[in-house]
Ligand binder design. Structure first.
Ligand code: HEC
Ligand code: HEC
Ligand code: HEC
Ligand code: HEC
Length: 186
């Protein structure tokens, strides 16, 4: 294998809204206490716009209208934190979305991983077998040792490795169905 079988985007990685918004929320730059902020932020980032100026104006307008409605009479009091979050979302857009070049995460997927695009699962998806029936592994533990998982308050830990538990109940579907078929990044 060559480096570029995996590294199709050594730099200029255009990350999906899901990852960008999680990172900013974790850093506190997007206020995680704003009601509905994750879904709303992902939706304004994923929408298609004709050019950057139009995008930035529309993103500001949509977010303000959403929180004016959500907060009603209290909006004036909440305006400062709304505006800080709006500024952060605009900054995320400016750094990761380039409408004139039609450049965004779903147009130029990153092959490292398998969450929002096939990536490693192009070969490790469980459907590549040799003539004598040897399948390229899809076993999570050949690439990961999960040492911690679960929601705050009931985190399971084991430095010898845990069996993956999908965060919401989808049965055992994840064992055969590839992550990117449900997780599109937005
Ligand atoms: C089998 C797939 C695969 C191949 C082939 C591969 N890499 Fe990687 N590489 C990875 C993964 C996975 C990471 C970790 C990426 C991350 O943490 O986001 C990584 C990380 C790196 C990093 C660190 C990047 C960073 O941002 O810290 C460098 C540099 C790198 N690889 C160079 C190479 C070079 C040079 C080759 C060819 C000689 C190569 N890789 C071949 C999968 C691969
Ligand atoms: C172009 C096809 C291809 C891609 C893409 C690919 N692999 Fe592989 N990988 C293979 C093949 C072939 C083997 C060897 C299978 C064997 O010998 O049983 C392998 C083996 C491995 C193994 C050893 C597994 C074991 O248990 O022996 C690891 C670890 C691995 N790959 C990681 C990665 C990672 C991480 C990525 C994505 C960043 C990746 N591979 C992408 C083809 C690929
Ligand atoms: C061929 C190697 C390989 C296999 C097999 C594999 N993964 Fe991964 N996985 C990766 C790589 C590489 C990344 C990306 C790491 C990064 O971006 O730093 C990743 C990322 C992840 C992530 C983080 C996703 C995100 O973007 O937040 C989870 C969760 C995950 N894998 C779970 C699993 C589960 C569950 C399985 C088994 C069904 C599995 N992986 C099988 C290589 C593999
Ligand atoms: C049948 C659809 C489906 C498949 C397949 C699936 N997921 Fe999920 N996943 C969901 C749903 C629904 C949620 C909860 C909604 C949300 O948070 O986006 C979720 C949430 C998650 C989350 C927490 C939220 C996030 O985005 O970080 C992780 C991590 C995750 N899944 C990992 C995986 C991994 C790894 C695989 C592949 C091994 C996978 N999922 C396969 C449907 C699926």
């Amino acid at each position: 294998m060559d480096c570029i079988d995996c590294h199709n985007r050594p730099t200029h990685r255009f990350l999906p809204p899901n990852k960008l918004v999680d990172a900013s929320m974790a850093a506190g730059a997007i206020d995680p206490q704003l009601p509905g902020i994750k879904a709303k932020a992902m939706s304004v980032l994923s929408a298609q716009y004709t050019d950057k100026a139009a995008a930035l104006a529309k993103i500001r307008q949509d977010l303000r209208a959403y929180y004016q409605k959500a907060f009603g009479m209290d909006y004036a009091q909440q305006q400062k934190r709304v505006e800080q979050t709006v500024d952060e979302i605009v900054k995320i857009y400016e750094n990761n979305f380039f409408p004139r070049m039609k450049t965004r995460w779903d147009k130029y997927p990153d092959n490292i991983g398998h969450m929002t695009s096939p990536g490693c699962f192009r070969c490790h998806g469980g459907n590549h077998a040799s003539a004598d029936g040897k399948v390229i592994t899809r076993d999570c533990t050949s690439c990961h040792v999960i040492i911690e998982q679960g929601p705050a308050g009931s985190v399971e830990k084991n430095t010898d490795g845990l069996m993956f538990r999908h965060p919401v109940d989808i049965g055992e579907v994840w064992r055969d169905m590839n992550c990117f078929e449900c997780h599109t990044g937005n």
